[in-house]
Design a protein around this ligand. Structure first.
Ligand code: HEM
Length: 134
């Protein structure tokens, strides 16, 4: 595996683990299992920090073309959407918030679809950064 590929794997793997822990959490029944929920949250936050810090490092090291910025911005927005929708879902689960069935289903759908978009966008962002580095 060359350096670029291994970097993409290193960043992609925790994101896939977050996705899998989310699916296990969703299937663990209601109210949510707090141990699985804690693992899901911690891995999600760790993944965002890992990707964010390394994208920032690579970002400073390479000569960025302005067109790439849209990809990085979109990737960041996907993660913000995941954190907000995830926080809303956990508040509803803890009965601290009542969204109504339709809104709740919409938020859940966002939290189910955006992980896949975030995965694709992160892979593309990191690919752009590592290929500009070499
Ligand atoms: C990188 C960030 C994240 C990713 C990729 C991610 C991914 C996922 C996925 C794929 C599911 C399963 C959805 C399903 O099959 O129904 C899920 C469920 C869930 N996630 Fe996340 N998540 C992320 C961040 C977060 C954060 C930061 C929180 C909380 C603050 C959170 C809270 C939840 C909750 C509460 C569920 C269960 C939803 C339910 O079934 O009611 N997630 N997540």
């Amino acid at each position: 595996m060359n350096t670029s590929t291994s970097k993409i794997v290193i960043f992609g793997l925790p994101l896939i683990v977050t996705l899998i822990s989310g699916v296990i959490l969703s299937n663990s029944g209601k109210p949510l299992n707090s141990a699985i929920f804690t693992v899901h949250k911690l891995i999600a936050v760790g993944t965002v920090i890992l990707i964010g810090a390394n994208v920032y490092k690579l970002f400073k090291a390479v000569d960025i073309q302005i067109a790439y910025l849209a990809t990085f911005g979109t990737t960041g927005l996907f993660f913000v959407a995941l954190i907000i929708s995830g926080a809303l879902l956990s508040l509803v689960d803890g009965e601290l918030l009542n969204l109504g069935e339709t809104t709740l289903q919409a938020v859940l759908r966002i939290h189910q679809i955006v992980p896949l978009l975030a995965l694709a966008a992160s892979a593309l962002s990191i690919y752009l950064l590592v290929s500009s580095e070499s």
